[in-house]
Design a protein around this ligand. Structure first.
Ligand code: S3P
Length: 160
């Protein structure tokens, strides 16, 4: 199983799609899977049931995964202790490391992510708080700024 971790907007879903095609693994986008199971968008889940409920769904899904998969995780997967333990015991955990400026440029008009706000300071603070956690859980850190999808995918392929 190959896990891609990183902040919102770091390109996990795009890279996971490319990677899965190239290594012949199935691809799972955790947010999409949760949306499918719950029958509503992530934003609606947050609104209706709150973040705690979403985080529990995320953990349940993570624990249920098996087989040869490329997993595009949600940016907050690294928050729960239980998820951290699971990721620590996995061999192929790749942190897609994008700078805050790259993320900010990509998400500037994003309205789908409940934890991405209009307040840049708030976004930056959350980003900075999470950085050490991503680093601590990653087996490999892939710098993504200024690189296209194939270059990033190739770097991951070289580590597998
Ligand atoms: C979140 C990231 C989102 C999604 C939810 C919460 C986070 O996923 O799981 O909005 O806490 O960083 P992406 O990283 O795919 O945007």
């Amino acid at each position: 199983m190959v896990f891609l971790i990183g902040y919102m907007g770091s390109g996990k879903s795009t890279i996971a799609t490319h990677l899965s095609e190239q290594i012949g693994f199935d691809y799972i986008e955790m947010d999409e899977e949760i949306e499918r199971k719950e029958g509503m968008s992530i934003a609606r889940i947050f609104e209706k049931y709150g973040e705690k409920y979403f985080r529990q769904s995320e953990t349940n899904l993570l624990k249920s995964l098996e087989g040869s998969l490329v997993v595009s995780t949600g940016g907050g997967i690294i928050l729960a202790e239980e998820n951290q333990q699971l990721l620590k015991s996995a061999d192929h955990v790749f942190f897609l490391n994008a700078s805050f400026d790259t993320i900010h440029d990509r998400l500037i008009n994003d309205e789908d992510r409940p934890l991405w706000s209009d307040n840049i300071k708030k976004n930056k603070l959350r980003f900075e708080e999470r950085l050490p956690i991503y680093h601590g859980l990653a087996k490999y850190v892939i710098q993504v700024d200024g690189k296209d999808s194939q270059a990033i995918t190739d770097e991951i392929l070289n580590c597998l």
